[in-house]
Design a protein around this ligand. Structure first.
Ligand code: PRX
Length: 662
């Protein structure tokens, strides 16, 4: 390092707040600081600004309807179509401009460029094909696809005909697919033959077929052929399966009139993890969700039609839904899709893509940034990243060191960094700085967005003082919020509202949304999110339920009981620690350990694979028989253990500690 570099590092190290760069502010979509006050004074009408970002077929007659809490409605009476908003309305002015720029993992494969005209044509043909298969309005279509263009095409085709999609992350297991298709009564599946991962073709259809074997009702499947012939796997299609090429190409040139959907009609379902073993089907609506995705893309990601915006998330998670597909396309910009991992073939792959396509924004996860940091700045340094104007992160807390590395080595200190807190349930961003308005404080996401009322409270619901840890709550509804859990209103109320609301009240002001995150706030209203306070862990920004992992583990022969907790992990944020009691007659040996890991990969997917499996004769339990998870977490983290005298079996602690250290 040169002296100048060392000096710079030292300065950055000390600096704990950063003003947005002047050059950014001058051109920012939102730069007037009065917006916070204006939105507060003018709530809920302030959210007409979000609705105004869309084209409505029928104007709504009420902005917000809070008459039946917590079943809130937004833009009531309005009608619109999401695919028309993402495609048709851009055709006149931007038909020839690029909508999706797709980059495959193999470097010798040509990229695929879809202009708005192209995408519109493909979506219409796919919509016609789905109709012909019998997909009707409100039929849930499941998609089990990696990052290939047919995924957003299929999503928009569904939106066009008013069929909600339910996208299942391609890295999830066959069992996870089956669970989600059964839960949603979904009779249609769109999947693909395979895709590339770190240079190798991966057989995806085999996994999809295994999943289909466990679906309890009849299904029809469309299979996209992603792999070229040389790399294709040998599969015979089943009677209820057809190829995407056959289904879609039969409708060449078809035009499908976009169905006018009520603002409150479901746009999609997305399954996510919660406290129980059963995934929650988060329901998002057409008007509220889409306007939220569009408004936040405009205000926070600063997306303009002429941008080339790059989000490195997977569309199988909510980030990809809101900020690869719906938000960017609603704004008529160019959105990038990359199939592979950032380290293939080399650790500069993302930077190569940024340089080649002159990406203007990059939105990624702290886990990725920590990996980039570990690999070293020589990889980004090989590339011209000066096209970048804004950087963003999402999914987990970002430590100040990683934030500063990102700011300096990727953004060259010329790009604001937005650390965006939100969830599958919130539909879009909730807590983050507005990049053209607010100073940034590394490690703290920022204040709540204008019009969002966030408070940090204690267990009784009283606001805690600045600097003290408490629970993050959202005190007012917002357009992008989930409306319910699919076919389970009761669980919706229990999971998100019961904790801090007066559930007998029919005044919406008595209802408070609880995201199940811990947080603290500073004097300036900046919120630092501390992490989940429920039985959910966050591994590399992937949300996993400990109960789901436990149930996969106890399904393994020889396992009597299991407790899963998240332990701190330098790269992944958190890692899965599994404490396991074997059945009589079974040894906690390598063989069982492998079987447990396999069981988790089969039940959920490789992302949930335990970092450590610790065999123990007993689990630490309270006198009432509850497993002391906090203690297991402390053991995993090698932290000082508090008082263990309230345990029914305090002796077990030392032996578990010993195992972990081993
Ligand atoms: O704990 C919070 C964490 O991720 C959870 C939501 O996960 P999911 O629904 O999968 O959505 C992830 C993408 C939006 C939250 O409850 N989280 C998300 N963003 C942040 C975060 N934690 C700290 N800082 C963030 N910026």
């Amino acid at each position: 390092m040169s002296d100048a570099d060392t000096e710079l590092e030292a300065r950055l190290e000390e600096q704990d707040s950063f003003e947005p760069p002047e050059s950014f502010v001058e051109q920012a979509n939102v730069s007037n600081p009065d917006i916070y006050e204006e939105f507060e004074e003018n709530w809920p009408e302030c959210w007409e600004a979000a609705a105004d970002m869309l084209d409505w077929e029928t104007e709504y007659d009420q902005t917000f309807d809070g008459s039946n809490p917590p079943f809130f409605e937004w833009f009531t009476g309005g009608e619109l179509n999401a695919s028309a908003n993402c495609l048709d309305r851009h055709l006149d002015e931007r038909g020839d401009e690029v909508a999706i720029e797709w980059v495959g993992e193999p470097t010798d494969e040509a990229n695929r460029t879809y202009t708005y005209e192209d995408l519109h044509r493909e979506v219409n043909e796919a919509a016609a094909a789905l109709r012909e298969m019998g997909v009707g309005e409100d039929d849930v279509v499941t998609m089990y696809m990696p990052m290939i263009p047919e995924l957003p095409i299929a999503m928009l085709a569904c939106a066009r005909i008013g069929a909600p999609h339910s996208v299942v992350f391609a890295g999830f297991s066959a069992d996870a697919l089956a669970t989600r298709m059964n839960a949603a009564d979904s009779e249609y599946l769109i999947t693909c033959d395979g895709y590339y991962r770190r240079g190798d073709p991966l057989d995806h259809l085999e996994k999809a077929n295994e999943g289909l074997d466990n679906v309890e009702h009849d299904t029809e499947t469309v299979v996209v052929e992603r792999l070229p012939e040389d790399d294709a796997f040998d599969h015979d299609l089943r009677d209820d399966q057809r190829l995407w090429v056959d289904a879609v190409h039969a409708h060449k040139g078809a035009e499908v009139e976009p169905v006018a959907r009520d603002a409150e009609d479901m746009l999609f379902l997305m399954y996510t993890s919660g406290t129980t073993g059963e995934p929650k089907g988060v329901k998002h609506t057409t008007g509220g969700y889409l306007s939220w995705a569009a408004w936040t893309s405009h205000a926070v990601l600063d997306i303009k039609p002429e941008d080339t915006y790059f989000c490195s998330a997977d569309i199988g998670w909510i980030t990809g839904h809101s900020y690869i597909v719906y938000g960017p396309l609603a704004l008529g910009t160019t959105t990038m899709m990359y199939e592979g991992t950032p380290d293939h073939p080399e650790r500069d792959r993302l930077w190569e893509i940024v340089e080649e396509y002159e990406a203007t924004q990059l939105y990624t996860a702290p886990t990725a940034i920590r990996a980039f940091m570990k690999w070293g700045s020589e990889f980004p340094d090989q590339h011209d990243l000066s096209s970048l104007r804004l950087l963003g992160t999402v999914g987990e807390p970002i430590n100040p060191r990683a934030w500063k590395w990102y700011y300096k080595h990727i953004g060259n200190e010329e790009c604001p960094v937005v650390d965006t807190w939100w969830q599958t349930e919130t539909g879009g961003m909730m807590v983050t700085t507005l990049p053209g308005v607010k100073e940034m404080k590394p490690g703290s996401a920022g204040p709540a967005l204008p019009g969002i009322d966030a408070e940090i409270v204690d267990t009784t619901g009283e606001q805690v003082e600045p600097g003290r840890a408490g629970y993050l709550t959202i005190q007012k509804p917002w357009p992008g919020m989930l409306r319910t859990l699919y076919q389970n209103d009761e669980r919706f109320v229990d999971e998100y509202w019961r904790e801090y609301s007066d559930t007998d009240s029919d005044d919406w002001r008595d209802w408070t949304y609880f995201p199940e995150d811990g947080a603290k706030i500073d004097e300036d209203g900046y919120i630092t999110v501390l992490g989940r306070v429920d039985d959910v862990i966050n591994v590399s920004g992937h949300r996993l339920g400990t109960m789901e992992i436990e149930s996969a583990i106890v399904g393994v022969e020889g396992v009597a009981e299991a407790a899963v907790v998240g332990g701190d992990h330098e790269m992944k944020g958190e890692a899965v620690y599994a404490y396991v009691i074997t059945e009589d007659g079974y040894d906690g040996d390598e063989e069982l350990r492998d079987a447990i890991i396999q069981g988790v990969e089969d039940g959920i997917g490789p992302i949930a694979r335990p970092e450590q499996v610790i065999f123990t004769p007993e689990l630490p339990k309270t006198r009432s028989g509850k497993i002391m998870r906090r203690l297991l977490e402390d053991i995993a983290n090698g932290a000082e253990l508090g008082d263990t005298s309230t345990l029914r079996n305090p002796d077990v602690v030392a032996s578990i500690q010993e195992q972990v250290q081993k």
